[in-house]
Design a protein around this ligand. Structure first.
Ligand code: FUB
Length: 458
């Protein structure tokens, strides 16, 4: 099998060498934003379910010169710093009627099923339409719930919201802002799509574009907090900034509340997603912060924030540090190798054993996993590995990717990149709660894959 890695991975590896130097400087921020480093991601949509935060995104293809998007991706975390890659549970071919443009959507849970609303080009009409994927699991796979668009008027960016009384709403639109009441089945609606009046009082005033007199551009994200309804949206174009409005009810009347995140970050679009998780509030967005990043090579990032006492949202800036951890990671249960705080040089792929594995590993690549709670100390490190060449070594380091080595497992050739075996090695001096770095070493070319890892306590 020929294994070729993307230009993005090489670029991240180079830039991380520079960031490591920066980290030695006093006061240097630890770079944990964007949340994913091995592919470009865009259009974040968070969802909390059963104590886990799931993140639904689009994917910008390497080298794209437009929003050339073919698949959606799912990620999850329990601590806001280590993110598990669940791969792509839905793509353009999920919708047989879709031609192109796997753009910004949102997923929601109802009665044990997960509904993911997404805009795509309808092949039959050549217009943007909104489809709905459904799954029994937050990580998919998703199938087309209808076999046709749910709604189509040439506009994009669905946001779904279920009110306390069970009434669900779908909002979407660029250049207009629409809503429709969804039925309890989440795949049909009552009444007709209705246009929300884009007034200056509701959505601010834009200058210099008579066709779009208010700031509303696209990407609505509608939710409710303490009885107040929020619509956070991408404002003005281009470059966009993030603004928001509030209302006493789900259909308005909306009052413009100003800027949430000013234009920043070398992507001319931005896209909001807001969620509460483990007693904190989080704002997801995207920028062009990864190497090679830009308007068509975006990356999802996240900031923690606190609402003001009157319910308004403070103005937020993009950071490279991101939020602090809200939980520890337990090394004494099996952890997926694709649970990553920061990865340098690696990629992921579906594993033959199920789930995903880390692959395309070369000498010097590494993965950081944050806030790992070793307690009184670990005695043994175990990893599930495969190698289509002659393997290498998997080192567990602390402090940095070149810090103290606490364990070193030799990985043999296994006769194939999906021929898995389990290796173990002794651990020395790993206790308390700290970040660990898995560093991969060996000869030239691809060394081995890693599916999961686990420590044994002393
Ligand atoms: O990702 C494609 C489009 O760019 C989204 O639908 C918009 O919200 C903007 O982010």
């Amino acid at each position: 099998m020929t294994r070729t890695r993307s230009t993005l991975r090489r670029a991240v590896a180079w830039t991380l060498s520079a960031l490591c130097l920066a980290a030695l400087l006093p006061g240097a921020a630890r770079a944990d934003n964007p949340v994913v480093q091995h592919i470009y991601t865009a259009d974040p949509a968070p969802l909390v379910h059963n104590g886990r935060l799931y993140l639904y995104t689009g994917r910008d293809e390497d080298g794209a010169t437009y929003f050339t998007m073919k698949e959606w991706r799912t990620w999850s975390t329990t601590d806001m710093v280590n993110w598990t890659d669940h791969g792509s549970p839905m793509n353009l071919s999920t919708f047989s009627w879709a031609k192109a443009d796997a753009w910004a959507g949102q997923a929601v849970e109802r009665n044990g099923k997960f509904y993911w609303y997404v805009p795509v080009v309808n092949r039959a009409t050549n217009r943007m339409a909104i489809g709905v994927g459904v799954s029994d699991s937050p990580t998919g796979p998703f199938r087309d719930a209808l076999g046709r668009p749910l709604v189509e008027n040439g506009e994009i960016d669905p946001s779904v919201f279920i009110d306390d009384n069970g009434q669900a709403y779908l909002y979407w639109g660029n250049p207009n802002l629409w809503y429709v009441r969804l039925n309890a089945d989440m795949t049909s609606f009552s009444g007709s799509p209705t246009r929300i009046p884009l007034t200056a009082a509701g959505f601010g005033t834009r200058t210099g574009n008579p066709d779009r007199p208010t700031l509303y551009e696209e990407a609505p994200w509608v939710y409710k907090r303490n009885g107040l309804y929020y619509n956070v949206f991408a404002a003005q174009c281009c470059s966009e900034f993030i603004a928001y409005s509030t209302a006493p009810g789900p259909t308005g009347p909306w009052t413009y509340r100003g800027t949430l995140m000013p234009t920043q970050g070398s992507s001319f679009t931005n896209h909001p997603g807001v969620v509460d998780y483990k007693n904190n509030s989080y704002f997801f967005y995207h920028n062009g912060a990864l190497p090679g990043g830009g308007g068509y090579a975006r990356s999802v990032a996240v900031e923690r924030f606190t609402y003001n006492a009157d319910g308004t949202i403070p103005r937020l800036g993009m950071t490279t540090s991101g939020p602090p951890p809200v939980d520890v990671l337990n090394p004494y249960t099996r952890q997926e190798a694709e649970t990553i705080a920061w990865g340098s040089g690696v990629e992921t792929e579906p594993a033959g054993e199920g789930g995903m594995n880390v692959g395309w590993i070369e000498n010097g690549d590494w993965i950081k996993v944050r806030n790992v709670a070793f307690g009184n100390g670990a005695s043994t490190f175990t990893a599930r590995v495969a190698s289509g060449t002659s393997g290498g070594a998997l080192e567990v380091r602390t402090g940095s990717a070149t810090g103290a080595t606490t364990a070193r497992c030799t990985v043999p050739g296994t006769g194939g990149w999906q021929n898995w075996t389990t290796v173990s090695c002794p651990v020395n001096g790993l206790s308390g709660t700290q970040d660990v770095y898995f560093r991969f070493t060996g000869g030239s070319g691809y060394l081995f894959n890693v599916n999961w890892w686990q420590f044994t306590a002393r």
